[in-house]
Design a protein around this ligand. Sequence first.
Ligand code: NAD
Ligand code: IPM
Ligand code: MN
Length: 350
Amino acid sequence: PRTIDLAVIPGDGIGPEVTAEALKVLRAVLPADIELVETQYPFGATHYLESGEVLSDESLARLKQHEAILFGAVGGDPRDPRLAGGIIERGLLLKLRFALDHYVNLRPATLFPGISSPLAAPGDVDFVVVREGTEGPYVGNGGAMRIGTRHEVANETSVNTAFGVERVVRFAFETAQSRARKRLTFVHKTNVLVHAGGLWQRIVDRVATEYPEVAVDYLHVDAATIFMVTEPSRFDTIVTDNLFGDILTDLAGAISGGIGLAASGNINPDREFPSMFEPVHGSAPDIAGKQLADPTAAILSAALLLQHLGLADEAAKINGAVARDLAGRGEARRGTSETGDAIVAAIGEH
Ligand code: NAD
Ligand code: IPM
Ligand code: MN
């Protein structure tokens, strides 16, 4: 019998609330001959304030032993000075993405039938953002001088390597090739960020010659935000850098029914390290502890996890159950666990 050796990091705020529902759905969808072995890890702002640990080398080594990681969200009280400077976000979430070489941050955006978009005429929204996950301005390559003076200088250097860009661009071409429309949009800011932009553009152009069936186009990131609002149906696969991808995928979530529906996978396609699946949203301190969070993003992230582990049928069952639940949801307000229960119930109905 097969087992899935899963690490679970519920995190802070609504993270534990939505992760509990994702686990409920995972347990419900797996057949009897697949055993889900869950190991919970306490990492996050609360654990840091209690223990002083953000993510130790020993903890990282333990996490590496698992087959996959289900992650909720992290981030504590934004006013707490002990958490300033993104100590948890960078020290835990980004450390995991970097250490586990999650160079693909895969973020699908689908407007499910029955879900209302804030856009009047959204059309058919069904695209996937391939966000680079290990480079760009996220690497912490910067520094400041004369801090607090009128002459302060603050630098954040975006790191882009030929190796890092090519591997994520190749993944994006493979993704586009596998999709019906076979269309890839490269998003950057090559008119201003000429060094990084030039590297990306040359790699996109070169890899494109190996994928003659894929239609490639380019948008500056500012224009991409226009089209995401006015004509999101034009997008099929988007490839972009770490920071542009972060911003675009919150927008993509908003137009496809809300951030509570947006799923993601931090993927190491080479399978050298466990991949990690999490909702796009954060710990939402404004609604935490009230059962107000929509767990659908976490549940769809669990489906991405199963897909990554080769359990495509079970992943499809979750996606189908979510689609059926969303189609019948209406305007009624439901609690977090009520929604999880409804999706579990919908697994059986088809
Ligand atoms: P956020 O995504 O937590 O919240 C933005 C808005 O969306 C809030 O109004 C929130 O209530 C709402 N929202 C988020 N998830 C929702 C859900 N499932 N259902 C209903 N509404 C939902 O972003 P933020 O407020 O910018 O960040 C809060 C904290 O989370 C910060 O500490 C930030 O660093 C952290 N963060 C963590 C992650 C992560 O762990 N992956 C991602 C983003 C932000
Ligand atoms: C996300 C988050 C993270 C990011 C933060 C919390 C570091 O916003 O997963 O989208 O910027 O990648
Ligand atoms: Mn984000």
